[in-house]
Design a protein. Structure first.
Length: 372
């Protein structure tokens, strides 16, 4: 369906609608598993960043709450798509892997040849790994690599992480409870005992619907990039579920979102003055192929300096990224310092006050109190 609204769309309104869909405006999500399930999947290659990404969406939560959800297996961190770590609901991982793993594995074939990883090597590595962790046991990455080395499988260079990734993408291993800031490796079927089963067409249609409900307004190309699925299958899935979504058009491009998020257009989209301190790699920025609606192109290199793939923490105001911030990654000490793009004028007084409230929220989340 197409929304009929008197609100004039703009990049800022699109950004604020996305914040609402992602639980960053309004009441947020009820608890950690609910937040992750409602978000569909959240980028998680940097553990402290994704812990705060979840915590930011669950009012009153602490870092220990998110860690405990990982330890209990209520949420899971693995490589469901794009060869990139995400957190997601455990029951979703197996069917997502069934859709994505074949393409991922084919895409890595050349790299595996360079690393001298054959099909026989993967079978041997699987046998060794499952002997180590089956029956409810868990192993650190170091312990797993040592076992592989003893079995004649080199883990030098990137060969070890590619073996681990391949076994996780095949649904044999998964990352389980935390040991400090590392996750232990466990057997998939021991750790995730309740998996859903969806065929490919059904699964892609659900995945796309949930993406637009959690990330919309977004485009079909955003979903195809985010999921790593072909655009042809994306369009076929959209045809199946578009009657459950609302279409908005901005500058000739169709954006899809849930009716609930679209209803915010009726009375004015909230968040015009909301300031948020988001982690690096947050879905608000990384969940889309086209980030230009919320991040001015001239400032893109401020978020990823030198194009090194490491995304800095962002300050979001009015639905757009207006700067970065620095703060403690651990539990104690250190200030939370804004670094606005406008270095001359800085943050306006109201925005500065709002940022200070965000800094206090972040320190409480870390268990560090409210003092800077």
């Amino acid at each position: 369906m197409t929304a009929a609204t008197g609100t004039r769309l703009s990049p800022g309104i699109i950004g604020r609608l996305r914040l609402a869909a992602q639980g960053l405006l309004g009441p947020g999500f009820q608890n950690v598993p609910d937040a992750v399930r409602r978000m569909t999947a959240m980028q998680a290659q940097d553990l402290p960043s994704v812990l705060w990404a979840v915590g930011q969406r669950v009012p009153g939560s602490r870092v220990d709450d998110v860690r405990a959800a990982l330890d209990r297996g209520e949420i899971v961190r693995s490589w469901p798509m794009r060869g990139t770590l995400h957190v997601l609901a455990p029951e979703d991982l197996k069917w997502m892997l069934a859709i994505t793993s074949g393409r991922l594995i084919r895409g890595l074939a050349g790299r595996h040849r360079e690393l001298e990883i054959s099909a026989a090597d993967l079978d041997a590595a699987a046998d060794t790994a499952l002997q180590l962790v089956s029956g409810g046991a868990a192993a650190s990455r170091t312990e797993l690599f040592q076992a592989l080395e003893r079995a004649g499988q080199s883990t030098a260079g990137q060969r070890g992480i590619h073996l681990l990734g391949a076994l996780c993408q095949r649904g044999l291993l998964v990352q389980g409870p935390l040991a400090g800031n590392q996750q232990l490796i466990v057997a998939f079927d021991d750790w995730i005992t309740g998996s859903r089963t969806l065929d490919r067409s059904e699964g892609i249609a659900e995945w796309l619907l949930r993406y637009f409900r959690s990330h919309g307004p977004a485009t079909e190309r955003d979903f195809a990039w985010w999921s790593g699925l072909p655009l042809t299958e994306t369009r076929a899935a959209l045809a199946q579920v578009k009657d459950q979504l609302v279409e908005l058009r901005l500058d000739g491009t169709s954006y899809w979102l849930s009716p609930e998020t679209a209803s915010l257009l009726d009375d004015g989209v909230p968040g015009q003055r909301t300031v948020l301190a988001l982690p690096g790699f947050d879905e608000f920025l990384l969940g889309y192929a086209d980030r230009s609606l919320v991040l001015p192109a001239q400032h893109a290199d401020r978020i990823v300096p030198g194009g090194n793939g490491v995304f800095k923490k962002t300050i979001v105001a009015g639905g757009g990224v207006i700067g970065t911030w620095a703060g403690p990654a651990g539990r104690r000490g250190g200030g939370v310092v804004p670094e606005p793009f406008d270095a001359v004028n800085g943050l306006r007084p109201a925005a500065q006050k709002s940022f200070e409230l965000q800094a206090a929220k972040y320190r409480r989340y870390l268990g560090a109190g409210t003092d800077s």
